[in-house]
Design a protein around this ligand. Structure first.
Ligand code: G3H
Ligand code: 13P
Ligand code: ZN
Length: 311
C-alpha cells in the first residue's frame, strides 16, 4: 500500500469514536519506533513533519524514510506537513510526496486566514492532497513562534462553519485549552479542556474531523527519569490522558503528539549514558531510545487514541 491521505482514516475514526495519532518525526529512530508500535497493534498512523524537522533532516531524507516505513509495515500511513507556515512550504510538500498538509493561518486576521487556507486547499485538492486548517490560537512554542498564555485564544464555534465551507478544508484544528511543549499549565493550575467548545463545534460542523494540537501528557515517569539522570525539567505538566481519551470519542479524529516522544527518547538516552559512561557507539544508546518511543506510542494507541486494530 502506498502512502495514504487521512480521508478514510478520519471517516472511520469519526464513526468508530477513536482518534488517529499524529506523531512528529525528525530522524530514522523516531520513525522506526512509531511504526513498530503501529505494526504490533495494527494501527493507522500519521507521521508529521514540521518546518523545523525539514530544516534539520532534509525533506527528501524524511520522505524516503517514511516511504521505507510503508514498505516495511504495509500500514496505512499518511505523511503530513505540521504547521505549514505559508503557501510555498505547503506547495513544496504537496509537490514533494506528502499526502496531507496543514496551513497554519491561526495567527492571521480571520479573512486572511480564510484566503490563505483556500489558496492551499485549491492547490492541494488538485493534486489529491488533503488540508488541515486552524482556527483559534494555542499557547506554547512551535518552530520559532512562541505564543504566551495571555495571547492564546479559544476557537470561536460561530466561525467554524463559515471557515470550513469557504476554505474547503478537510479537517480543522481548534484551540480548547491544549498547548505546545512540556509546560502546558502554570504550577498549581488545574488542567482543563473546554469540552463545551468542542461540543459546540461538533454541532455547527457535524461529521467533520477535528484536530487537537499540543496533546502530549508529559508523562511524570519520563520527567522523573530525566531529572534523576542529570536533567532539569521543573514544573513540566501536560494534558491528562483521560481528557484526551474523551476527546477522541467525540469529534476529535487526529491527536498531535511530539513532546511525549521527545521526553521518552531523552529519558532513555540519559539513563543509558549515565549507566554506561564508557560507551560511545550511538547505536548503543539509540536502541533503547527507539524502544522507548515504541513503548510510548503503543501506550498512546491503546490507552489514549483507541485506534488499535483499526489499520
Ligand atoms: O507543534 C510543533 C511540533 O511539536 C514540532 O516542533 O517545530 O520544534 O519541530 P518543532
Ligand atoms: P505537543 O508539544 O503537546 O506534543 O504537541 C505537538 C503538536 O501539536 C505538533 O503539532
Ligand atoms: Zn501543533
Amino acid at each position: 500500500m502506498p502512502l495514504v491521505t487521512t480521508k478514510k482514516m478520519f471517516e472511520d475514526a469519526y464513526k468508530g469514536k477513536y482518534a488517529v495519532g499524529a506523531f512528529n518525526v525528525n530522524n530514522m529512530e523516531i520513525i522506526q519506533g512509531i511504526v513498530q508500535a503501529g505494526q504490533k497493534l495494527n494501527a493507522p498512523l500519521i507521521l508529521q513533519v514540521s518546518k523545523g524537522a525539514r530544516a534539520y533532516a532534509n525533506h527528501t531524507y524524511l520522505v524516503k524514510l517514511v516511504e521505507a516505513a510503508v514498505i516495511e509495515t504495509g500500514l496505512p500511513i499518511a505523511l503530513h506537513l505540521d504547521h505549514g507556515p505559508d503557501f510555498e512550504t505547503c506547495k513544496s510538500c504537496i509537490d514533494g510526496g506528502f499526502t496531507s498538509v496543514m496551513i497554519d493561518g491561526s495567527h492571521l486576521p480571520y479573512e486572511e486566514n480564510v484566503a490563505l487556507t483556500k489558496k492551499v486547499v485549491e492547490y492541494a485538492h488538485d493534486k489529491g492532497v488533503v488540508v488541515e486548517g486552524e482556527l483559534g490560537q494555542l499557547a506554547g512554542i512551535e518552530d520559532d513562534v512562541n505564543v504566551s498564555a495571555e495571547d492564546a485564544s479559544y476557537t470561536k464555534p460561530e466561525q467554524v462553519y463559515d471557515f470550513a465551507t469557504r476554505t474547503g478544508v478537510d479537517s480543522l484544528a481548534i484551540a480548547i485549552g491544549t498547548s505546545h511543549g512540556a509546560y502546558k499549565f502554570k504550577p498549581g493550575q488545574k488542567p482543563q479542556l473546554r469540552f463545551d467548545i468542542l461540543e459546540e463545534v461538533e454541532k455547527k460542523l457535524p461529521d467533520f474531523p477535528i484536530v487537537l494540537h499540543g496533546a502530549s501528557s508529559v508523562i511524570p515517569e519520563c520527567v522523573k527519569q530525566i531529572n534523576q539522570y542529570g536533567g532539569k525539567l521543573d514544573d513540566a505538566i501536560g494534558i491528562p490522558e483521560d481528557m484526551l481519551r474523551k476527546a477522541a470519542t467525540m469529534a476529535v479524529c487526529k491527536i498531535n503528539i511530539d513532546s511525549d516522544l521527545r521526553l521518552a527518547m531523552t529519558a532513555a538516552i540519559r539513563k543509558y549514558l549515565a549507566e554506561n559512561p564508557s560507551h560511545f557507539d550511538p547505536r548503543q544508546y539509540l536502541k533503547p531510545a527507539r524502544d522507548a518511543i515504541q513503548a510510548m506510542v503503543e501506550h498512546k494507541i491503546v490507552d489514549v487514541l483507541g485506534c488499535d486494530g483499526k489499520a
